[in-house]
Write a protein that binds this ligand. Structure first.
Ligand code: PEP
Ligand code: MN
Length: 367
């Protein structure tokens, strides 16, 4: 980690951009017309420097649109020639990398699934030796800052000096409003490990839905992040991937116009002061705490339904005692006092009983 902290060159390539760096373009390249028209409309906004597009798509299930493949790289060359925008694609293996370099793609990014796998990252890093390509590394699917740093280090060790990170949120194990949990404390920690590393936010993959993109983009700007990557499609309704989270170029324009950019950009004040950083961590943790409490309450309601169906009483003393003793023990291990954990549990339990009573009353009134 110390190694990354000492790299000063990595920031230099970013100085060429008027900050924040705006990257926009479709989740996937689909047709020549879609790519070219979207790129022209994006270029007309005048605030976007880089055109992104997925050419090979990592899909959770086979059979979904897996990307247009190499032919799409020709369309990106056309984008460059006709709009002057730089181009960026995701590469996941050595073959992608070679094809993208051959087609003169300007920036390569590593997807979240690839960053999660050190073997793939090492394979890419080895192939990059000798090339002078900027690489942007998305965070791994799991909130593991070391894995993220590790991927950046593998590229740096291979001689890549033009590095940036992309924050795209982390996989939620329970359903949440957002597609991926932002866990802002993680990119903040990355920044504290590596001061000079530019960090870009991808609000599209955090949000999963266009509705939440503006507030996430604003939050990233308030944290003094170095740029945004926003999925943009000229007709999102017919998009072959991530259709709910893609904005149109005109929506992108409105979104960018509404963003408030913070004025402090002095190098050493980058990414907010220590106090603000800590407050941001608290905000993010509180949000996760409330989301978890809300998930707990919906499980409580399911239990209420089950109890009602099977005529079980709401309060089962033995279970409650077990909850208390195991949580107090865990709390102690985690440095929380018995008194605090007890009070917290009592409060949560009281609300849970109330929820179950409501659910059971509703069911019995229908019986
Ligand atoms: C993408 O940028 O379209 C993409 C697949 O993102 P991620 O790797 O963050 O899921
Ligand atoms: Mn996408």
């Amino acid at each position: 980690m110390a190694k990354l902290k000492n790299i000063s060159q990595i920031n230099n390539w970013f100085e060429n951009f008027t900050e924040p760096l705006i990257i926009a373009g479709p989740c996937s390249a689909e047709t020549e017309k879609q790519v070219i028209d979207t790129a022209k409309q994006i270029a007309a906004i005048g605030k976007v420097s880089v055109f992104r597009s997925g050419i090979w798509k990592p899909r959770t299930r086979p059979g979904n649109f897996e990307g247009i493949g190499e032919v799409g790289l020709k369309w990106l060359q056309q984008v460059k020639a006709e709009t002057g925008l730089l181009t960026a694609v995701e590469v996941a293996n050595a073959q992608h990398l070679e094809q993208a370099i051959k087609a003169d793609v300007d920036i390569l990014w590593i997807g979240a699934r690839t960053t999660s796998n050190p073997f793939s990252v090492q394979e890419l890093a080895d192939r990059l030796k000798g090339y002078d390509k900027p690489i942007m590394v998305k965070n791994p699917i799991n909130p593991d800052v070391q894995l993220w740093v590790g991927a950046l280090e593998r590229f740096h060790k291979a001689g890549v000096n033009m590095l940036a990170a992309i924050h795209r949120g982390f996989y939620p194990f329970e359903a949440t409003t957002l597609r991926n949990i932002p866990k802002w404390e993680i990119p903040i920690e990355l920044k504290s490990i590596c001061h000079d590393l530019p960090i870009i936010c991808d609000p599209s993959h955090i949000a999963g839905n266009t509705e939440y993109i503006p507030e996430i983009a604003q939050k990233a700007m308030d944290l003094n992040m170095n740029g945004l990557m926003i999925e943009t499609h000229y007709d999102p309704l017919v998009a072959l991937s991530d259709m709910n989270q893609q904005v149109t170029p005109s929506e992108l324009n409105k979104l960018l116009n509404k963003l408030v950019f913070r004025s402090i950009s002095a190098k050493d004040e980058d990414f907010t002061s220590i106090l603000e950083t800590l407050r941001d961590q608290i905000d993010s943790i509180d949000q996760q705490m409330l989301e978890l409490l809300s998930q707990r309450m919906s499980v409580v309601e399911d239990i209420g339904k089950y109890k009602s169906k099977n005529d079980v009483t709401i309060l089962q003393l033995r279970r409650w005692e077990k909850i208390m003793s195991t949580r107090i023990k865990l709390g102690k291990k985690l440095g929380l006092t018995e008194d605090f954990v007890k009070k917290l549990l009592q409060l949560v339990h009281k609300e849970s009983i109330q929820r179950q009573t409501e659910v059971m009353n509703k069911i019995s009134s229908k019986k």
